[in-house]
Design a protein around this ligand. Sequence first.
Ligand code: SF4
Length: 615
Amino acid sequence: MFGYAGKILRIDLTRGAIEEQETPEKLARAFLGGRGLGAAMIYRELEPRIDPLSPDNVLIFMTGPATGTPLPACARWEATTKSPITNMYLCSSVGGFFGAELRFAGYDGVILKGRAEKPTWLSIIDGKAELHDARELWGLNAEETEIAIQRELKDRRASVASIGQAGENLVKFASVQVDLHSLDRGGSLGRGGTGAVMGSKRLKAIAVRGHGRVEVADDEGLIALTRELVEEMKRNKLVQAFSRWGTPQFIDAVNEGGLFPTRNFQQGIFKGAQRINAKAMRKQLVKRDTACYACTIACGKYSVIAKGPYAETFVDGPEYETLWSFGAQCDIDRLDAIAAANMWCDRYGLDTISTGNVIGFAMECFERGLLAKKDVDGLELKFGNHEVLVELVRKIAFREGVGDLLAEGTRVAAEKIGRGAERFAIHVKGLELPAYDPRGAWGMGLAYATACRGGCHLKAWTLTAEVFTPKYDRFSTEGKAKLVFDLQNTRAVVDSLGVCLFGSRAIGVEEMIRILAATTGQNLSAEKLLKVGERIYNLERLLAVREGISRKDDILPPRLLEEALPEGTAKGIKLGKKEFNRMLDEYYEIRGWDTEGRPKREKLEEFGLPKLLEE
Ligand code: SF4
């Protein structure tokens, strides 16, 4: 099987058993790898309606055929599981070095089941997997864990995916941190609570190291393609902008477009944007650029704060979303405070989008009198108060005081607060929304509502087509269903091959066809490759439907449908229910789903679902 290591590890933590299985060739061909193959394995391995934090949940780490090849921007791999914050299917993508090392160690993926009797960590070194006692690591943060494991292995090049205290304490949006300390660019399995799932399994970390290689179908073709892509990335202005500015480059354009959510989505313009934008960051914080395995883009920005109240802050970031979540969302324009909150999220293992979102939500509840000072441990929880950020991050990670309430995420926190707080909880299916107000780009609203893991911007990012180089009227429903459909299918392919979204500005469908051919030998036309993306999206919908998800869940928070933005270029605009439903109906039609959002039998048969998964 060219393009695959050919083996997957199966770890039963309850029994302490380690087994190997062959990578299922038929599924790999039908779903490529990464997200697609992970979703297929989840369909097979996971019983519906189980508690995501019970031993019954399954956590799968899966690489794609491009992961760990010399191709630039191809270091990505994917986790799939059932999310504790949405109670449905979750896929989460990350880069760093872990995916490449896993393949060099001889495996395409790892399936984790059960719950260990005591804290445990797993090493996977050159074809040998071992479980280790992690009682001395339990209670450490993710960075300390990584350092301790590398010391134990006597290998600073070992790649480590670990949880911090937030995962141990089952914070519903706890992350898994990957290569946080010693390798160049790391990342987070951030969204949806993968860290809590790992914590519920008492699995503190996985360390991987390998010295092998994955055989590909066409070595020469792969090397030629690598050279071409490296050259193209040097030429391509969009890619160069990533190298220079990273994701923070988007702040100015989104703010000028009036859709930079501010004060918990009450406004679309952040007055302090220039104090936290890419230029400010580069000038004040950034010390060097960082890169994932074999990536020439180096979009990571390693930042240091040496002076002031947040001195001794060292963080790879903040990214655009984090600058927003602790910045505009909380009305805070201090880069130092944002960077410090980011660093502690990474160390404790918390998703920065959900953490900042839930803090902004709590600030609004506080200002509206729904949370009193006594409810928030005496904190002055007002918008703009940077002094509460780091303290709240800590409280959430340790579930201390008000942190215990916020650790449940905005949906549950709002239900517990009651008295109308639900209106201020900005999420879709329980997953807190990221940094684009859909009232300023209506396609983004449809993208959030139909994203396979809840309120996510990454499954179909419509901003280029709606705002930056607009091909569509952003305040119209026209063409948005097809736009979201196409973007979702393409993104499913990107995530399943192991390609990085940021590199996809230079790696389009034609390049992905060549990557697939050079690695696996599989030759697909553009149409067929995108059909694979559509197959993956239908499978993910099937996973959602069997958890009870339907049209009633494919909605936006009331604020975004009923209230107009108060200022800026999107002033007075609201995305009404009628318009939203028009887009949703059209989207279901294009997808071949019924009016409740369930894939029709003919559509499933077209993709061999679910039969293909039951063989
Ligand atoms: S573009 Fe950035 S996130 Fe993507 S692989 Fe390269 S360094 Fe990693």
